[in-house]
Design a binder for this molecule. Structure first.
Ligand code: SF4
Ligand code: SF4
Length: 134
């Protein structure tokens, strides 16, 4: 089973070796989608967790017990086709090729099943055509 989560660390727990503990204690593989963690500052990690369902639940409870704020990623990326000018800038930062330009039409193509909601595309769009569902 896979679950995307956003973790928010306080300055007091930003050094928690989270991916190591997830692998060692819960047999969970953690793929880092996005990281903004600096020593002694609030940090954020977007992870894709893969593992047994019971272990995933136990791991999420363990992270919460470490005072890490855990939110399950369920939002989606939305593309406003009326605003999009097919410039392709967003395709350059998309790590999963969820955003590509069609080679024949030069129009933006979005494949939601590839999107991991890392949100890296949002600030690249010059016309603010990309948003999240909440
Ligand atoms: S949020 Fe944007 S950049 Fe990230 S995977 Fe989805 S489409 Fe690509
Ligand atoms: S950056 Fe914005 S305008 Fe350009 S292709 Fe992507 S969504 Fe469309």
């Amino acid at each position: 089973m896979k679950q995307r989560v956003t973790l928010t660390f306080s300055p007091g727990n930003v050094h928690t070796p989270i991916t190591y503990r997830l692998a060692k204690d819960f047999n969970i593989a953690a793929n880092i989608i996005r990281a903004q963690v600096a020593p002694n500052q609030i940090g954020k990690l977007v992870l894709e967790l893969s593992g047994d369902m019971d272990e995933l639940e136990a791991a999420i409870e363990w992270m919460k017990s470490c005072n890490i704020d855990v939110s399950l990623v369920s939002q989606e990326i939305l593309i406003n086709e009326d605003s999009c000018v097919d410039c392709g800038l967003c395709t350059g930062v998309c790590p999963t090729e969820a955003l590509t330009l069609d080679r024949s039409t030069f129009q933006l193509q979005f494949l939601p099943f590839r999107c991991v909601v890392c949100e890296q595309c949002i600030p690249t769009c010059p016309v603010q055509a990309i948003s999240t569902s909440f």
